[in-house]
Design a protein around this ligand. Structure first.
Ligand code: PGA
Length: 252
C-alpha cells in the first residue's frame, strides 16, 4: 500500500501562494515515488492547481462535497463537479464541518457515497473530543463514527483499487500542537481498522487509516512509525512549502 500525505489547506490561500506551493511540491515530491501526495485547496483554486500540477504525480483533492449529484443547494459543490475539475480525492466529515455545520454521520456517509459513485476516493474523518477522551469514551465515539460514516459500497483492497480511506483526527490535536502518544495512535488505528473491516467485510490489512492533528516535519517520522498508520492528513503545516516537503520526505 502506498503511503499517503494529504495537505488540507482549509480556508487559506490565493493564486500566487498556491502556484508557488504547488509547483514546488510537484517538483520535490517527484523524488519520493512511493508516497502519494494530495493537495486539497479551497474549491476556487482547484482548476488552477490542476494546471500547475500537470505532468506531476501530485493528486488533487477537495475539502468537502455535497451528498447529492446536483440540485438547488446554493453555495454547495457536488462530487461529479469535483471529479470533472480533476479531483481524485475529497475529504468528508472533517471535525470542523461536523462541529460548525452540524454534519451527522448520516450526512457524512451520503457524501462518501456520492464521492465513490463519482469516482472520487473519500477521506472519511473521525475523531474524539478531549472531554470524550477524558471520560474514557474515545473508542466508543470513534467506533460509532466509523460504523455510521462508512457507506455500504466502501471497499478496501490494500492497493489503488480501494475506494475509500479513513483519517483518525483527534479533535483536540487539530491545530493545537498536541498529539496523542504513539501507543495511543497505534491502539486507535488498530481499533478503527477492526471496526472498518467489520463494517465493510474487507480484510483488516487492506484498510488504510491516516493520522491527522498537529502533524509537523519534526513528528511525522515518529507518527509514521506507529503501527497501523498509512499516512498523514496535514493542516497548518501543509501551507508551508519547506515544512510540507519535509513531511513527505519523512513519510517515505
Ligand atoms: P492541523 O490540522 O495539521 O493544522 O492540526 C489537521 C486537519 O485539520 O486536518
Amino acid at each position: 500500500m502506498k503511503k499517503l500525505v494529504v495537505g488540507n489547506w482549509k480556508m487559506y490561500g490565493n493564486p500566487a501562494m498556491a502556484k508557488a506551493l504547488a509547483v514546488s511540491v510537484a517538483q520535490k515530491s517527484g523524488s519520493f515515488p512511493e508516497v502519494e501526495v494530495v493537495l486539497c485547496p479551497p474549491h476556487v483554486l482547484l482548476a488552477q492547481l490542476r494546471q500547475w500540477l500537470v505532468g506531476s504525480k501530485v493528486a488533487l483533492g477537495a475539502q468537502d462535497c455535497h451528498g447529492e449529484v446536483e440540485g438547488a443547494f446554493t453555495g454547495d459543490v457536488s462530487a461529479p463537479m469535483l471529479r470533472e475539475t480533476g479531483c481524485s480525492y475529497v475529504i468528508v466529515g472533517h471535525s470542523e464541518r461536523r462541529a460548525a455545520y452540524r454534519e451527522t454521520d448520516e450526512i457524512v456517509r451520503k457524501k462518501a457515497e456520492a464521492a465513490i459513485t463519482s469516482g472520487l476516493c473519500p477521506i472519511i474523518c473521525v475523531g474524539e473530543t478531549l472531554s470524550e477522551r477524558e471520560q474514557g469514551k474515545a473508542e466508543d465515539v470513534v467506533g460509532q463514527q466509523v460504523m455510521a460514516s462508512v457507506p455500504d459500497m466502501a471497499r478496501a483492497t490494500g492497493g489503488a483499487k480501494s475506494n475509500f480511506v479513513l483519517a483518525y483526527e483527534p479533535v483536540w490535536a487539530i491545530g493545537s500542537g498536541k498529539i496523542p502518544t504513539m501507543d495511543d495512535i497505534a491502539q486507535m488505528h488498530a481499533y478503527i481498522v477492526s471496526v472498518a473491516s467489520r463494517r465493510t467485510g474487507c480484510a483488516p490489512e487492506a484498510v488504510a487509516v491516516l493520522y491527522g492533528g498537529s502533524v509537523k516535519a519534526s513528528n511525522a517520522r515518529d507518527i509514521m512509525s506507529a503501527n497501523g498508520v498509512s499516512g498523514v492528513l496535514v493542516g497548518g503545516a501543509s501551507l508551508k512549502e519547506d515544512e510540507f516537503c519535509s513531511i513527505i520526505a519523512a513519510v517515505k
